[in-house]
Design a protein around this ligand. Structure first.
Ligand SMILES: [Ca+2]
Ligand SMILES: [Ca+2]
Length: 151
């Protein structure tokens, strides 16, 4: 997809794949879930990325995708972006996969087999194994660190 009608184009890398990762997921926040489920993204690359047109999947009830932002949404290297789902959209009990997709629909990153039946402030957190996509990710279920680096 090509952005049109703007003046200065930001320096977007040719291949933002593996620069933006799903870093933390809250499937089942304390209390009612509607409007309180969220996914934290992190830019692990060394250049900024425009998340306009990028989408994230949801799993409840009929799976689908929702666009993060129709407008420019820059995420700088090392920066987090927390997307809060607007309504009840993430399944708690059955393990499911959440995918981050670029504007062309390519899966950029995914968090697999996540389930959260704990109605509390703990979240699934991605533990870096060196930021090499070939190594995959380790996911831990711990107290939330929303918008902050995971220890
Ligand atoms: Ca809940
Ligand atoms: Ca939920």
């Amino acid at each position: 997809m090509v952005a049109v009608g703007v003046c200065a184009m930001p320096a977007v890398p040719a291949d933002p794949t593996f620069q933006i990762v799903i870093n933390e997921v809250e499937l089942n926040p304390a209390g009612r879930d509607a409007g309180k489920e969220w996914v934290e993204l992190l830019n692990i690359g060394d250049s900024e990325v425009d998340l306009a047109g990028w989408s994230i999947t949801y799993t409840y009830r009929v799976p689908g995708t929702i666009v993060l932002s129709e407008e420019a949404l820059m995420i700088e290297p090392g920066e987090f972006f927390v997307f809060t789902y607007p309504r009840l959209m993430l399944r708690n009990a059955e393990p499911s996969t959440i995918e981050l997709r670029d504007p062309d629909g390519n899966v950029v990153h995914s968090a697999s087999s996540l389930a959260d039946e704990e109605n509390d402030g703990r979240t699934w957190q991605r533990i870096s194994l060196g930021d090499d996509p070939l190594l995959g990710d380790l996911w831990l279920f711990r107290e939330a660190t929303k918008g902050k680096a995971i220890e």
